[in-house]
Design a protein around this ligand. Sequence first.
Ligand code: PEP
Ligand code: MG
Length: 614
Amino acid sequence: MTVPASSDPLPAPDRRIPPDQAEKKEVLFHGFPASPGICRGRALVFGSAHTDFNEIEPIPIEPSQVESEIAHFQAAIEKTKSEIKALQAKMQKTVEKRDAKIFDAHLLIVEDKLLHKEVISRIRDKLCNAQSSFLLTIERYIKAISGAGDSYLTERAADLRDIANRFLRNLGGDADGGLSLSNLPENTVVIAHDLTPSDTAMLDRKNILGFAIETGSRTCHTSILARSLRIPAVVGMRNIAGKIANGDEVIVDGFLGMVVRNPSRDTLAFYKEKISRKDELYNSLLKDSSRAAETTDGYRIKLCANIEGADDLEQVFRCGAEGIGLFRTEYLFMNTQTPPDEETQYGIYVKVLRAMRGRAVTIRTVDLGGDKLDPASASAIREPNPFLGLRAIRLCHEKPQIIRTQLRALLRAGAEGDLRIMFPMVSSLCEIEELLAIRDEIIEDLKRENIPFDPKVKFGAMIEIPSAALIADALAAKVDFFSIGSNDLVQYTLAVDRLNERVAYLYRPSHPAVMELVRLTVQAAKKHRIPVCVCGEIAADPRFTPILLGMGVLELSMGASAIAEIRGVIRKISMLDSERLAKIALTAEDPEDVMTLAKEHIQSVAPDIASILG
Ligand code: PEP
Ligand code: MG
């Protein structure tokens, strides 16, 4: 968690309190947690001066000014390019490599020859100045891609706005109204309508304590960077920028997704206490990282980590994970010009397997599509419902080479450790049969070519679509293990888009329909004597731990930072009580009843962890 570097967990912001501060009442604003941690500081409001791309007017010039405006444009492009490159180099030292690659996309846009041509011909033919020519061109691009109703492209539109604002500054305009994100006053909490990835990257690390923005989802680039930089952050806050003024005292609670303006004495005392308790608890839980996750009546639970690349391994070792339960390989395919070839993939998989020294590593075949599109296919495939479209193993039908190359690399890498290969988005038996037939063909090829591989690699299916849970019995006969992807299972069971904050109130993992599908999956796995893991977000939520165990789930996989807490819960609960709890939960009719049950139980067995959850 992020706490200010002082012995007092919530030091008072040391800038002068504005004269009207005393009259302001405490106000709570709710959004979505984007990056965990709590901070208290003075608000600095950005964003009101950001360019409104719907209101760009052409600014006329004289024919004699054409050449100087073109030169002006080209100089600003060069300056923008070198700034992005410098930013990228800086980020490569402080964040994950794949996160720094966000700027590759920015560079591609700035270097786009078609864009240059359009801007220059606007200056020359329409006699518009460089600034309005550039903005009118960008506006056209933004309109074209934001109208596609595709979350990936919407985020690309955010990249375009980001570049336009940067470019504007380099042309002499000032999109930030004179404020500089890279040189902030002490103890600053940034409040903004939007912070683009490059805004986030240039934030003054010494003085920024946290931020809250009106836009964004947990999966947008800005949230990803905030987590990488370990800055508490809240996103998706409605109209916060207009209700908080520069200098207001604010608390950002990145755990609960909340901002408090002008916190009362009671609130301050509450947060002070919460921060010290959380630190104390987290440090003591980490001390247990070499101990087994064993219930009080002796049941061993396997706790594994979810990773997105080899860069995540350090944290995996620190938290004492027993293996990798989910390696989301699609991140290897995103933000690159060409998909990684067999050798590149083989190298990465071998690196992870060797580093894990014989511990199980479950690698998921690529889950592109939905909100995770690779840039190369983004323009080619525009689907009306990406989450119901050509996602994950379905790509096999249009791009069979992607899965073939990956399976070949994986089977070869299998010789270097305990590898399990997992297929995402399985909805029917025939899909598994088809994939296993491809596997058999690749095995024959490898044998013929005398290339070493592991013929005994285990193959599993993700259960994340209701139909897969309902035919789990048939699927279990074909595969070696199951892994329940609760994030998608909830989305597809309840028909609630997992990215859409407007229907987030209906996204309920505790829904009895979801519980029943988990039960069916576990029952089928038990019948066929295959292991079943849960690797979606509920595996990282301590409130669900007893219910999952009670249903017979003995393997959980989650982001590495959650492992200490979940181990702590497991060491305090019994399997007997968990089974009783699961039985009651499975008879509930309402998500709220299941949640109340789960909360009351965790409160009684692990009050310290429950109190942090709020
Ligand atoms: C899931 O759906 O629960 C899951 C683990 O996969 P992802 O979040 O990558 O879709
Ligand atoms: Mg999924």
